[in-house]
Ligand binder design. Structure first.
Ligand code: SF4
Length: 411
């Protein structure tokens, strides 16, 4: 192996990290050093590269510690049998890069993942050393997200939780069978065990002692996971069902869906049959409806006969179009639960509708001013001075929202 400069390592290891979707920093409590007590602030402003789910714009140095790996996960470009350029940062190099980039205001924090070198414990211990050095020696108060290796010793995961803002443990694939087939060195039971351990430690960190003393913080921005979609034959109902179980069992902040990118020399992987990025986008929309809009899994995935989301239109619109008998809804009398089901009307608009209609009846223009997308909502509501008439039941209503069919290219 030729020796790499720090710049070329950075090029290799930041490129290798781009397949990891789980790096948003929502929900972190503030570590603030603006009083001069340290370096950095997890909630400060800087150059922004990503939006967290809470709307905050953040930038992170997102790298792998190394893309050497002793495992052979069929869906991963860094697997041992893959012929990619390899590099490895030292602990000191990652610390220096993070601090230098932070000082130059390029980043607000670090997202650190890694291939597995020698053993899960050795790898996790190195990652923990990086976080420890940043926190204890550099007094770094910026955001740290550590990707946790599920087979690592609980003491290492525990220390990672005390140092990082967020931990994530990848569930990898939608079913245990797919993990066993495509990532033979990984154990789905061990992955869930590690998630459960993190949850218990997070809960323990919220209990005050009898004397009212706060315990040390443990992953205050919570834990998340990533699921690769499109590398196995699971349909969207299976994927979302797995997410629903993960949210409720392990208190996850977020399940990240990562569209599988084809790897040329992997014979194990299915050919791509659905546009991966569009599928990923629809899964995020459906996930949101399940968590914040009161939809049930069967409602979202029962719209099509194969359990997959309609890729042409968003899942709420797809549901409303197949339940037109429930519409139009009168925005002046409909319940909160039903208003949340109107396409084009989000949680914030629903809250505004509910508070305003206590004082007066709402007109069509009022709903538009409250931030609703009337292009979608108009067929599903009535308001003072507005009724959709026959629009709700028109046979071509779906076609008005779906993109026009494209001519397939033959060559
Ligand atoms: S453990 Fe699997 S997914 Fe992670 S880097 Fe190694 S081969 Fe890739």
């Amino acid at each position: 192996m030729s020796a790499h400069s720090l710049e070329s390592k950075l090029a290799i290891l930041s490129d290798a990290a781009k397949y990891d979707a789980s790096c948003a920093s929502s929900g972190s409590t503030r570590r603030d050093s603006r009083d001069g007590s340290g370096l950095g602030s997890s909630a400060g402003s800087g150059i922004c590269h990503a939006y967290a789910p809470d709307g905050r714009c953040i930038s992170l140095l997102k790298i792998l510690m190394t893309n050497f790996c002793i495992y052979d996960c069929a869906y991963c470009v860094n697997r041992i049998s893959s012929n990619v350029p390899r590099a490895r940062f030292t602990v000191e190099e990652v610390v220096k890069l993070t601090v230098d980039f932070y000082r130059r205001n390029y980043i607000e924090g670090l997202f650190l993942s890694s291939g597995v070198i020698r053993s899960p414990d050795v790898t996790m211990a190195e990652m923990v050393r990086i976080a420890r050095k940043l926190r204890k020696e550099e007094n770094f108060r910026g955001y740290i997200h550590l990707k946790t290796i599920p087979d690592a010793a609980p003491e290492l995961i525990a220390e990672a939780g005390f140092l990082a803002d967020r931990l994530s443990i990848n569930i990898e694939l939608p079913t245990d069978a797919a993990v066993t087939h495509l990532a033979p060195e990984k154990d789905p039971t061990q992955i869930r065990k590690a998630m459960a351990y993190v949850r218990v430690r997070m809960q323990g960190a919220t209990d005050r002692s009898h004397a009212g003393k706060r315990p040390p913080r443990f992953a205050p921005a919570g834990q998340s996971t990533q699921m690769i979609v499109g590398a196995d034959a699971s349909n969207d109902a299976t994927i979302l069902g797995q997410s629903t179980r993960l949210y409720s069992s392990y208190g996850l902040k977020r399940v990240y869906y990562s569209a599988f990118s084809p790897i040329p020399d992997s014979s194990e992987i299915l050919p791509l049959i659905r546009p991966p990025l569009l599928r990923e986008h629809r899964l995020y929309q459906a996930d949101w409806l399940l968590r914040f809009y009161g939809f049930g899994l069967d409602e979202i995935t029962g719209v099509t006969s194969d359990g997959n989301l309609d890729l042409d239109i968003d899942p709420k619109l797809a549901w409303a179009l197949s339940h037109r008998g429930l519409f139009p809804l009168d925005v002046n009398t409909a319940s909160r639960e039903m208003l949340l089901r109107v396409p084009g009307i989000g949680v914030r608009s629903v809250n505004r509708i509910l508070s305003t209609r206590r004082h007066r009846n709402l007109r069509y223009d009022d709903i538009a001013r409250m931030g609703a997308s009337m292009r979608k909502a108009r067929a599903f509501i009535t308001a003072v001075g507005w009724t959709p008439g026959a629009l709700t039941d028109r046979a071509d209503l779906r076609a008005r929202f779906a993109p026009p069919p494209e001519q397939l290219r033959l060559l």
